[in-house]
Design a protein around this ligand. Structure first.
Ligand code: HEM
Length: 137
């Protein structure tokens, strides 16, 4: 992580722990929000949204667990970045993804704060950049 401080890492891990029991509902909520905000993204996903949810869920869990292992985080982000490039994902999709996913995490987090509002987009933008989709700061 280039821009995420230790307190922010703790916030990200903390909110992930808090929502762990609702993860599948959260990811389903995320896809509803994503397809509402950007219907064109629907075309990128296979019919079987459930298996897609599971992959994304496991992926996010791994990324958060790897927050203190930058090399592992970077290698993994590069690997899934290539899958996304091959699938035709664009930087513009991540511009939609970051605020939409943050809104879903917020909706399922009982003790969300202004600091979470900052930390989550920073985390997701850093991951996007490592995946090869750098967003404008
Ligand atoms: C931090 C953000 C994201 C993470 C962690 C993530 C994670 C993943 C993972 C783990 C896979 C499965 C890869 C594999 O099977 O090898 C995947 C597939 C995919 N993701 Fe993402 N994703 C993210 C953002 C996005 C965004 C913004 C889009 C834009 C629409 C997107 C579109 C896709 C597509 C099209 C596939 C392939 C689906 C398929 O072929 O079945 N992802 N993603």
């Amino acid at each position: 992580m280039r821009r995420l401080g230790p307190e922010q890492k703790a916030l990200i891990s903390g909110s992930f722990d808090a929502i762990a029991d609702n993860l599948e509902a959260l990811v389903a909520d995320f896809y509803r929000r994503l397809f509402d905000a950007a219907p064109a993204t629907r075309a990128f996903f296979a019919e079987d949204v459930d298996s897609q949810l599971e992959k994304m869920l496991r992926s996010l869990e791994f990324l958060i667990e790897a927050l203190d292992r930058p090399e592992q985080l970077r290698d993994y982000a590069r690997m899934i970045g290539k899958t996304h490039t091959d699938a035709g994902t664009l930087t513009g999709h991540f511009e939609v993804f970051v605020p939409v996913f943050t809104a879903s995490v917020k909706a399922f987090s009982p003790d969300w704060s202004a600091a979470h509002d900052v930390a989550w987009p920073v985390f997701l933008e850093d991951v996007a950049a490592m995946m090869g989709f750098p967003l404008q700061a």
